[in-house]
Write a protein that binds this ligand. Structure first.
Ligand code: BGC
Length: 508
């Protein structure tokens, strides 16, 4: 072999080695990056873990906080607000009533005709409208003028052709789904905003007065019969259909629960006069907090960057407003620490860009290639061309975040059952007797909200956790979907508390 030939051979060998080195180097590099990704995922899984033992701690903490919130004003992060609703619809209600349901991304106006027998809602007309984004942060006058004019148009449409009643004013149940400190059925001041609303001038104001002033400005003759939280409306509709309904839970844009409490257990309000000995308590459980809640760095960041830091901690782990944003934060972190999503998309830094319905769609994508995941990554987050392995990772993140939320919501529900002695552990959560000694009553919890009704995996995880925590007792507990309960229930309560009814006899 001549010198030249030998030189060429050596050169080829060196080049081959260099290429092999680059390939191996890349593989090692990409394996190292993938390891980093796996570490982020494992950290998330670990931080979100909700084994049944931890859920039981959350159950106990919920029951303890309920007691504390009932014992004194400010005694707990759970406000346990009085609603002054001391009887619920029985089914005997008759007449035509209106409701206005304001609380999430949409608001609804509705009119129902009641026939006087349980389950005889003769007719029901609903109109939904999205709340224009700018009104959520504008002035109370702008918001209520918009609502009043929509309501007026609705009334005119519904009543066109029919003679107005000469003797009675229209009555309205006003469902307002924010924390309100009520002083009577028809009055209460807004404590604070949640769910992205921020109309500063309204905090501390009488909510019904603002609505009534707008109704007067619009020239609509309508009386606000009562002010209710959406959970209370849901409980009313649940009870209308099933007399065993004792509590209601909303898991939608926000989350909350209410339940029927013995008046004498509401210690912070001694001598409370009720017709039934009971009152519905609006827990505002979105603000529940306990050191047993599995909190991640993503939750901490989400909270501190929110308009209401240190508030609504439970809600921020559970409800539809936030789940998508937790997932976005995890994807952003992975994207910053590796290149598996390609160059870091600026979309990933936009808060709330990944909304929970999209998270649900990715989580429930059952196509073999995870086409929906690819589509949402591309269209919403501008991340394209990711491998199947990476799409699977995204599904796993959605799963972890949703599973934690659903299981915590289940623990919250059992917390209420424990407080009212329906969890099988003995009356009033005081313990003592064992489960088998307790004769369990059929217990119905009315439930509403898109996360529960439209997100199958969420619902599945919630039921699984309920069964794990309650064991055999779970067979006595029924979660009853109560569609549109917040609005219809508001109208039903307007009927129950109508000024045209005397001792339950409706004067038409
Ligand atoms: C509000 C509650 C409401 C819940 C569900 C929360 O953000 O504080 O009043 O019931 O959302 O709509």
């Amino acid at each position: 072999m001549g010198k030249v030939a030998a030189g060429v051979a050596v050169g080829v060998a060196v080049a081959a080695c260099a290429v092999a080195g680059v390939v191996v180097g890349r593989r090692v590099g990409s394996r190292r990056k993938w390891k980093r990704v796996v570490r982020v995922l494992e950290e998330l899984e670990e931080a979100c873990e909700t084994p049944v033992g931890r859920l039981r701690q959350v159950v106990d903490a919920m029951a303890v906080e309920m007691h504390a919130g009932l014992a004194s004003e400010g005694g707990s992060k759970l406000k346990m607000l009085l609603t002054f609703v001391d009887h619920l619809p029985t089914g005997s209600e008759i007449g035509t009533y209106y409701a206005l349901d304001l609380g999430g991304t949409n608001f609804r106006v509705l009119r129902i005709q009641l026939g006087g027998r349980r389950s005889s809602i003769l007719s029901q007309d609903v109109e939904r409208q999205p709340i224009p984004q700018h009104l959520m942060t504008s002035t109370s006058e702008d918001l209520f003028d918009f609502i009043a004019s929509t309501l007026k148009q609705f009334v005119e449409k519904e009543e066109s052709g029919s003679e107005p009643s000469p003797v009675r004013t229209r009555e309205l149940g006003f469902t307002f789904s924010f924390p309100v400190k009520q002083s009577s059925l028809r009055s209460g001041i807004l404590i604070k905003w949640t769910k992205g609303f921020a109309i500063e001038d309204m905090v501390g104001k009488e909510v019904v007065e603002l609505l009534e002033a707008a109704l007067v400005r619009s020239g609509l003759d309508m009386r606000v019969a009562l002010l209710v939280n959406d959970t209370v409306g849901t409980l009313a509709l649940g009870r209308y259909h099933d007399a065993d309904t004792v509590a209601a839970v909303i898991i939608g844009t926000g989350t909350n629960a209410c339940y029927l409490e013995r008046a004498d257990a509401i210690i912070k309000c001694q001598g409370l006069l009720t017709t039934s000995g009971y009152m519905v308590v609006n827990m505002e459980w979105g603000n529940f907090w306990s050191s047993h809640l599995p909190r991640t760095s993503y939750d901490i960041d989400l909270d501190s960057e929110s308009p209401n830091p240190n508030d609504q901690g439970f809600e921020k782990m559970i409800s539809g407003m936030y789940l998508g944003d937790i997932v976005r934060r995890v994807i952003l972190r992975i994207s910053l620490e590796s290149d598996i999503f390609g160059p870091v998309s600026s979309r990933l830094s936009i808060p709330f860009i990944l909304q929970t319905p999209l998270l649900a769609a990715m989580h429930e994508d059952d196509s073999p290639e995870l086409k929906e995941v690819a589509k949402i990554l591309k269209e919403t987050l501008e991340i394209s061309e990711v491998s199947l392995k990476v799409r699977k990772l995204v599904v796993r993140i959605c799963d972890v975040v949703t599973c934690r939320a659903a299981r915590l919501a289940a623990a919250g529900i059992v917390g209420i059952l424990k407080k009212i002695g329906r969890d099988g552990s003995g009356a009033g959560g005081t313990g003592g007797r064992n489960r088998s000694d307790v004769k369990m009553k059929r217990t119905v919890v009315a439930i509403e909200g898109g996360l529960y009704t439209s997100y199958t995996m969420f619902r599945k995880y919630l039921h699984e956790a309920l069964n794990e925590i309650l064991g055999d007792v779970a067979q006595h507990v029924i979660l009853q979907v109560t569609e549109d309960g917040s609005g219809i229930g508001g109208a039903l309560l307007a009927a129950s508390y109508s000024s045209y009814s005397v001792d339950g006899v409706k004067l038409l």
